[in-house]
Design a protein around this ligand. Structure first.
Ligand SMILES: C[S@@+](CC[C@H](N)C(=O)[O-])C[C@H]1O[C@@H](n2cnc3c(N)ncnc32)[C@H](O)[C@@H]1O
Length: 250
């Protein structure tokens, strides 16, 4: 991947041109990428791109690298709330969820928030580049959004327990933004505020669909007392990954 990046060519080029010699410039780029990778920098931050739901998203160290498991949020949301008129993604990062949702469903009123203005900039540029029209705003969770205005709230909040910081892979620990990773001492604290905010901004009957960390299922579903149709969807590895719940009609 790094060699392809240095050559600005697709992978097939490496196989179809085995006789090619690297130009001096390509060597310089390739050498720098290898050096960065050896320092632990994730490949995606070197190539500045990560695919999500078959689209290429630009990433920088200001945003979490979108993970394939997060695509389950889109699948669950398509199943439960495909026709939502107004959607918000809380904690947009690169914009992967909000932009994918908008492009997959055509939901014209798709909004996204993030506490990091640097992340919002990356997400905005992804939205433009991919032809989406998501509207972004920097804020703490949904604090500046109006009451009962949304049909669907999506979120992949930071949920790693702070004490687990030292056990993370160095690519994650040393490179991905801490604000995108850690959800408080147990990792569940952010859900307390997120669920309260979602309850306030959702219309009656609206859906909340969130990603959760492994081992968080019972603690997160316990916070959903009074919600309806609470369901947990496992990822391809069998871990509980997405929680969906519906705000009562009245
Ligand atoms: C786990 S990342 C998810 C990024 C992206 N949605 C994805 O799935 O790839 C969590 C995101 O939430 C943002 N965030 C953390 N705390 C927040 C808060 N209090 N309010 C809004 N956004 C927050 C982080 O900046 C980060 O972009």
């Amino acid at each position: 991947m790094l060699l392809c990046h240095a050559l600005s060519k697709p992978k097939t080029y490496l196989y179809t041109h085995p006789e090619d010699e690297l130009s001096e410039l390509a060597w310089i780029h390739y050498g720098r990428y290898l050096y960065e990778r050896l320092q632990g920098k994730p490949t995606q931050y070197i190539t500045k791109t990560q695919e999500f739901y078959n689209r290429a998203f630009r990433v920088s160290p200001a945003v979490l690298i979108p993970r394939p498991e997060t695509e389950h949020i889109i699948e669950v949301a398509l199943d439960r709330a495909r026709y939502a008129q107004r959607t918000v993604d809380i904690g947009a990062g690169s914009g992967a969820i909000a932009i994918t949702w908008q492009l997959e469903t055509g939901c014209k009123e798709t909004f996204a928030t993030d506490i990091s203005t640097a992340a919002i900039e990356v997400a905005r540029s992804n939205s433009r580049a991919l032809g989406a029209t998501v509207q972004f705003a920097a804020m703490d969770l949904a604090s500046a959004l109006p009451n009962q205005a949304f049909d669907l709230v999506l979120s992949n909040p930071p949920y790693i327990p702070e004490p687990e910081g030292q056990t993370l892979q160095r690519e994650v620990r040393d490179w991905e933004p801490p604000v995108a990773l850690f959800g408080g001492p147990t990792g569940v604290e952010i859900y307390e505020r997120l669920i309260a905010d979602a309850s306030r901004i959702l219309k009656p009957g609206g859906w909340l669909i969130m990603e959760i960390g492994y081992q968080a299922q019972s603690r997160v579903t316990a916070l959903l007392e009074g919600w309806q149709q609470i369901e947990v969807t496992a990822d391809l590895a069998g871990w509980p990954r997405v929680v969906s719940a519906r705000k009562p009609d009245s």
